[in-house]
Design a protein around this ligand. Structure first.
Ligand code: AMP
Ligand code: MN
Ligand code: MN
Ligand code: MN
Length: 295
């Protein structure tokens, strides 16, 4: 049996990716991946379509989401994997996700107003119109700023306008890291700290702070660290692997694929030759089984 690969972090048109959930699954099947997780920001609305397509293509699709949570020094991201199925009705998670999307919408209107103050010709309705999904993000603003010629690349929009320190930056109202972890844990999800090394810690002491944060989140139900990620260097990955071992946490990994929204990142391959094997998935499943959770 040859080695198979997986991708446990991806975005569809349900949030700020450019492929529909079904298209994304078809691309994963074409890339011969064994499993993927769809992890849209603050929404589960793409999951049923992705799971259906996965069944047809013989590809395992894990129900996931990504939450941005606010700590004293900025925004951390957490992934929930193996989210519960709604069985037609809303889950305990859905009400909180709906609230988070309301906060997003309020924030997005403020971003649009600040951009107009900077002389940018933009209405929030345009941003909603290009998003198509439930969860509108700053990446949609970046696309519009780029299309209208205000910035040379979507990435530049973050530096100049909508990223921290930019002229139209607005912080998002959201959960604390502990509340985010507890929420996902309470519905039976496997909870991972996403791309820890992308966090922009102000000043010195990041390693110690992260270690304390991880220890605290583990007490609230954190299961894993996303060691493998498109924007982690090999040194970043090693630090995450060490940290997970120190805290008795599992590892997870994925490309953070957004389709055309993040050019150069492909499903299962990320950027820079990222490869996550099925051994990572097997470990996560073994951990769930030990916890008495379904896989
Ligand atoms: P939001 O969830 O509305 O705060 O938007 C954040 C999204 O914008 C992330 O999920 C990324 O897809 C994207 N993003 C954030 N920072 C950057 C950046 N510096 N360059 C490119 N994309 C970014
Ligand atoms: Mn995104
Ligand atoms: Mn993220
Ligand atoms: Mn992501």
């Amino acid at each position: 049996m040859s080695i198979r690969f997986i991708d446990l972090h991806s975005h569809s048109t349900a949030s700020d990716g450019s492929d529909s959930p079904a298209e994304l699954v078809r691309k994963a099947a074409a890339a011969k991946l064994a499993a993927i997780a769809l992890t849209d920001h603050d929404t589960t609305s793409g999951l049923d379509e992705a799971v259906r397509e996965g069944r047809q293509r013989g590809l395992e699709v894990i129900r996931g989401c990504e939450l941005g949570v606010r700590c004293e020094h900025g925004e951390l991201h957490i992934l929930g994997l193996w989210l519960p199925e709604g069985d037609g009705g809303p889950t305990a998670l859905d009400a909180t996700l709906a609230q988070l999307r309301d906060h997003r919408a309020a924030r997005n209107r403020r971003i649009a107003a600040q951009l107009r103050q900077c002389g940018v010709d933009i209405e929030y309705a345009e941003v909603e119109a290009i998003s198509g999904g439930e969860s509108v993000s700053r990446l949609h603003f970046a696309r519009i700023l780029h299309q209208k010629g205000y910035v040379p690349t979507p990435q530049t929009a973050f530096d100049r306008y909508i990223g921290p320190g930019g002229r139209a930056y607005v912080a998002k109202e959201t959960l604390s890291p502990a509340d985010g972890v507890r929420l996902l844990h309470s519905v039976g999800a496997t909870v991972a700290l996403a791309h820890p090394m992308l966090f922009r810690y102000p000043g010195n002491g990041f390693a110690e702070w992260l270690d304390d944060t991880v220890a605290d989140l583990k007490r609230h139900g954190l299961d894993a660290i996303e060691a493998y990620h498109s924007e982690h260097s090999q040194a970043d990955t090693r630090r995450c692997v060490d940290m997970a071992a120190r805290h008795g946490l599992a590892l997870t990994g994925g490309s953070d694929y957004h389709g055309a929204g993040k050019p150069g990142i492909s499903l299962g391959r990320g950027r820079g030759g990222l490869r996550v094997t099925t051994a990572v998935l097997d470990d996560l499943k073994a951990r769930r089984l030990r916890q008495g959770l379904p896989v």
